[in-house]
Write a protein that binds this ligand. Structure first.
Ligand SMILES: [Mn+2]
Length: 325
């Protein structure tokens, strides 16, 4: 997509590697998983020893992708065999959910497109022009002159599809559509991928959606919309965190709403809340999240907050209102 990116430091490190491990952020999304599986496929096909490990595994909706079953899930234990770690789509090292020991002896390559990326790698290639890390992987494979298989094309298409909210965000430029077309030419099938990602929901997920939409509040003279997932909603619906994917888009979809806020309780920690923001036009929710200790993009960002729901809500309302004034 971009010819001015210097991939050489990354390529040199990959070529020197004896073994590579690919990792992505906790609660991975389609971009993290798609990037990981595409790069795994390409590196493995070229004879490089490569493995994948995600603390949170692969969400159900991405398990149809080739090699998803090869991602090892869980807390990292034991010693690292790999001498190169490639972090994909992750803005901060702590978001990988790996212990410090994991990073001690290997070269860490950080490939990402988040403006808030903390440049935590030994080699950092962070470029916010890309709509998705999956699109960066495409350019990397081109630069390495590796062929694009059907499996890697499908994984990269999934990354781009999901990170542009189905080609609806401002990041879905003509170049992104051209890349999607190239991936389709290489074997990615849009409808089966859409069925896998968007049309295979568990019933509990829809029950959660109903309950979550019931919590809808509109503030700031109709310019902010808020939805919540509480412990009760998790329990009554039988759904889990994976089923919250995309719920925030309903809040943003309301006419006149500029900022959508989604507050969901952490399933394991008490008084801990995961807050997501989506902006529609002029509001930069990335900087909003940054003021609250989080990060992200202009139109999509998030942060972690501690306290009772009432406490964090007060802070949140102030922060969002001041942004809309
Ligand atoms: Mn991404």
């Amino acid at each position: 997509m971009f010819s001015d990116v210097d991939w050489q430091p990354v390529i040199q490190a990959i070529k020197k590697a004896k073994q590579i491990i690919l990792v992505t952020h906790c609660n991975p999304d389609g971009d993290g998983i798609g990037s990981q599986l595409a790069l795994f496929d390409a590196l493995q096909s070229s004879g490089i020893r490569v493995q994948m490990h995600n603390r949170d595994g692969v969400p159900r909706i991405y398990q149809f992708l080739t090699y998803a079953d090869q991602v090892v899930k869980g807390d990292w234990q034991g010693e690292l065999q790999a001498d190169v770690i490639i972090s994909l789509d992750c803005g901060a090292r702590s978001r990988l959910g790996m212990p410090d020991a994991f990073f001690e002896s290997a070269t860490l390559i950080n490939l990402d497109h988040h403006t808030s990326n903390q440049a935590f790698g030994d080699i950092n290639l962070v470029d916010a022009r890309y709509c998705a890390t999956g699109a960066m992987i495409y350019d990397l494979l081109l630069a390495m002159q590796l062929p694009i298989s059907e499996a890697s094309a499908s994984a990269m298409y999934t990354a781009i599809l999901t990170d542009t909210s189905s080609f609806r965000l401002a990041s879905a430029t003509a170049d992104v559509y051209r890349l999607a077309a190239l991936l389709i030419d290489a074997g990615a099938e849009p409808w089966p991928i859409s069925v896998g990602v968007y049309e295979s929901r568990p019933l509990g997920g829809l029950k959660m959606m109903t309950a979550c939409l019931e919590t809808l509040e509109v503030h700031d003279q109709g310019r902010s919309a808020w939805i919540y997932v509480t412990h009760d909603i998790y329990q009554q619906s039988g759904a889990d965190v994976e089923d919250t994917e995309g719920l925030i888009d309903y809040a943003r979809s309301i006419d006149g709403v500029e900022v959508a806020v989604f507050v969901r309780v952490d399933e394991s920690l008490t008084d801990c809340w995961k807050v997501s923001f989506r902006g529609k036009t002029y509001v930069d929710v990335g900087s909003l999240a940054a003021t609250l200790g989080g990060g992200g993009h202009r139109h999509a960002a998030g942060c972690l907050m501690r306290g009772t729901l009432a406490e964090i809500n007060e802070r949140l309302h102030q922060a969002v209102s001041s942004l809309l004034d």
